[in-house]
Design a protein around this ligand. Sequence first.
Ligand code: PGA
Length: 250
Amino acid sequence: MTKTIFAANWKMNHGPPHARGFLDRFLDGYQHESGREVWFFPPAVSIEGVAQRVARLPGILVGAQNVYWEPQGAFTGELSVSMAKDAGARAVLVGHSERRHVFGETDDETGRKVRAVLDCGMTPLLCVGETLRERDNGKTLAVIHRQLAALDGLDGESLSRIVVAYEPVWAIGTGKNATPADAAAVHAAVHSWFDERAVAGGNVPVLYGGSVKPGNAQELLSEDEIEGVLVGGASLEPESWRAICAVGLD
Ligand code: PGA
């Protein structure tokens, strides 16, 4: 493991004025630590402002929450990858469970988005995770493998540029997180999936997401297979987000 990634998914929160206020409070007292990166996924309208604010700060990166795969054209309401890049994004969340389950995004669409992000030289943060019903039916790994199949056909170089987030759907925004051991078992399966494709699995970071809070981040991150966290609710307040980013530091 080379670095730990702390990724904040603001979802539909923190438009430009709130994003500015958040950063004022978050950066006051924040110190970069080597081996750690902090990634922000603001809503599209806030990408540029956040990117400009953190441009000279080491170890902080900005990403987009969603993109469309076409480069431009008559796609009302959509954001192209290059537009996100021009605004300062360097990564894109792809296949977040809310995209899949609220907006009906398919595995095929997820795969197209991953390719478009890679083609633009950016990092896709591919989210995978099972519903409670799938988990109860013992389908967790089958679902994860089906979602990872969106990457089939990519060469080793492309695969090595991907970051994965395991986010069990039943844990997102519910206050119920997977146990560190349960999460680590799925992370190990994701690492093996990349190993089998001759990509050193250890080089593909796998983050855990789903009700991560200052109080449980430490035990999740103490698992070797968990190389970071993707955080929604607890990333919205600067104090709790700073506490998560400082987990494990004395
Ligand atoms: P949560 O969201 O931390 O609020 O559970 C995580 C996510 O959706 O990425």
